[in-house]
Each structure stands twice: as C-alpha cells, then as structure tokens.
Design a protein around this ligand. Sequence first.
Ligand code: SIN
Ligand code: MN
Length: 260
Amino acid sequence: MESITEIGRTGSALTDAQLDAFRNDGLTVLPERFSPAEVGEINAALAELMTEEVAANIREKSSGAVRTAMGLHLRHPVFERLVNDPRFLEPARQILGDVPVYAQQVKVNAKEAFVGEQWQWHHDFATHHHEDGVPEPLALNMHIFLDDVTEFNGPLMFVRGSHRAGPAPASLDTTTTSYDLWTVGPEVVGPLAEQGGLVCPKGPAGTMLIFGDSIVHGSPPNMSPWPRRIFSLIVNPLANRQTTMRRADHQHHRDFTPLG
Ligand code: SIN
Ligand code: MN
C-alpha cells in the first residue's frame, strides 16, 4: 500500500474558487483528496486506538461508545505522519499566509451507528478563546471523511457566511452531551441561518473539508446503521497560540513546534 506521505505530495493547493468559497461561505469542500487505501490505513490505526481506555477517548453519555478520540498524532505513527501532510499544510499556507502553524487538536469524531450523539450549534473559536485564551479566530479545522458522509449518518451542517460579522455570542453547555461545549443559541442561529442558509457537505470517504474558527456549525445524532467517522486536524498560527493552558493537552496541545 502506498504510504500517506508518498501520496500526499501533489495536488494539495486550493483553486481560486475553493479559496473564494472559504472566504465567502466560511468553508470549502475538497473532493477525492485521500484515496480509499489511505482511508483504510487511517481507519485501521483508529480501530486500534479506539480500544484503549484512556482520557483522550471521550465516550458518549448514553451508550459509552467512543465519541471522540483525541491526541492521535501522539498515539500512532499513521497520525503522526498525517498532521504533516501537504494536503493540510499547503491550503493552510494559502489561507493564513506563510506563517508557522502548530497542531492544536488532532482527533476523530466517531459518531457510531445508531448511538452517535449530536454536536450542538457552536463555533470553535468560542471554546478556543474562553477555555484556552486564543486571541483571534484564525485556527483552521481540516477534516477528512473516513466514511461516506450522507444525509443519514449525522452530517455536519454549517450556517453559510456566519463568520463574516465576527464570532457570534456563545455560552458554555455542560449538560447536553458528554463533551462540554461553548454553544450558540437559537436566537442567534435563527437570524444567521435566515440570512446565509445552511450548507451540509456530503461525499465519499476521502473527501476533505476546511472551515474557519468562527463559522457556526453542528450536527444531528446518527440514527443510521452506518458510522460517520471524521478526522479533524485543527491548526493554529504560533503567533495566535493558547495563553491559558487550562485544558488537557489532548484538547489543546502545548507542543508549539511548527508543522511541516
Ligand atoms: C461533528 O463531528 O459533527 C462536529 C465536529 C466539530 O464541531 O468540529
Ligand atoms: Mn466544531
């Protein structure tokens, strides 16, 4: 099998249309970025890590299934290589400019078949700012679909353009799911969605998605018989790094070595 690092050397840059989509809509979808063989390699590594009883495997409140497996680049060489893949770093450089970035968070949100729970409406910057003291909403959340994402298995929904007026007001929800989250209430999501509409990226495993730190998003529970695993790498410029260091390392890494 070709290794992730060998395959990842070409075709990483965003087109002008993809960059425009990121700037205007707050997200951009990149089809067929990772091959079925690469996704298979990632899923095999993930399967090993999901069996571990560690704090970085966060479980669903009701079922106990792993909701999120974090700190992955410190736990398996496949993920250690993946965070340095040009398919992440080249788009990050195009969006952020030629500045060093670090791996802020490296995880898979697993959304297991039948029992995967929701992600409430939120934007990532609310947590990054309030919990970690990140100054500006510059971080990029870069996903790889590890399963086909369909209308059935709990796809992410985004409020198109909701980043444009700046980060929406948020409050901390410690009760709804097993993962404390700074969430955005219906009184804020409603008008934003009236204005920009919702967008729900779907696609086969291997699709990539990039979104910014202040776009409002969430996802419904997974009632379907199929899992919806998504790899997520959050990169942040070193100059915008966390200042609080309150959360666990797997929630916001303290190694500020530049990627790439
Ligand atoms: C999800 O996995 O559905 C939510 C992920 C996120 O908020 O980044
Ligand atoms: Mn999020």
